[in-house]
Design a protein around this ligand. Structure first.
Ligand SMILES: Cc1cc2nc3c(=O)[nH]c(=O)nc-3n(C[C@H](O)[C@H](O)[C@H](O)COP(=O)(O)O)c2cc1C
Length: 209
């Protein structure tokens, strides 16, 4: 016999499942050990092939349906996003037994208040990776961090970082679809919500898992 008490309140609650999905996403920003802190972010390359990588989740806004990430403006993903904005984000929260799959569009934001705020809001140590002299992914003859030798193993000062601000970009993702899969012994639950632009709201329905 299954104990129904062990099931969460949102198990059969579509609105509650939607809210829980956002709560788990938001935890990714504030809790560095939360699975949502390092989602898999998928873009599409120039040949139409999916390209996946782990990125640190920096900000979530339920209201504007946006997620913020940081990257090197010279990276392949930045090039891919200029070619195609289609982006997908995947999280599996083992403790919550929930898979969350977001689809939407992302843009590379290198200039302006959002990018400047994201740059200044990052620790000097986190910003050190933007000091790499060549673009990420550049083929090299010897193993290397790509950083200038004088900064290896050190934390840069604010004024040392200023020259490298141009290598930094925020990636702003806007969700237009959220899919939820909750794993449970009595029966899994799956739901999907689409952002309805005309009505300015999320429309959701249960799906066969
Ligand atoms: C734990 C972890 C966190 C990472 N966080 C980021 C990140 O926040 N931003 C980023 O651009 N790359 C991050 N990376 C590196 C990417 O996964 C990827 O290797 C790199 O950005 C190159 O990807 P691209 O060639 O698709 O642009 C992270 C990797 C790991 C393993």
């Amino acid at each position: 016999m299954t104990n129904p008490i062990s099931l969460p309140a949102y198990y059969n609650d579509l609105e509650g499942s939607f809210a829980e999905a956002w709560t788990l996403l938001e935890a990714g920003v504030t809790h560095r050990h939360s699975p949502a802190h390092m989602p898999t972010v998928g873009t599409v390359d120039e040949d139409g092939a999916p390209q996946l990588r782990i990125m640190v989740l920096r900000e979530v806004s339920r209201d504007s349906r946006t997620l913020r990430f940081h990257t090197d403006a010279r990276s392949d993903k930045a090039t891919q996003l200029k070619h195609s904005t289609a982006t997908s984000i995947l999280i599996y929260d083992h403790a919550a037994k929930a898979q969350i799959r977001l689809s939407g569009h992302a843009s590379v934001v290198s200039e302006g208040g959002v990018a400047d705020g994201a740059w200044l809001g990052s620790t000097p140590f986190a910003r050190r990776c933007y000091m790499a002299e060549a673009a990420p992914g550049t083929t090299i003859a010897e193993p290397s961090s790509g950083l200038p030798e004088w900064i290896e193993g050190k934390q840069p000062e604010e004024e040392q970082l200023a020259d490298y601000r141009g290598n930094f970009a925020a990636v702003m993702f806007e969700a237009n679809s959220i899919e939820w899969l909750y794993l449970a012994n009595p029966g899994h639950r799956r739901a999907r919500w689409h952002w309805d632009q005309a009505q300015n709201l999320w429309l959701g329905s249960w799906l066969i898992p």
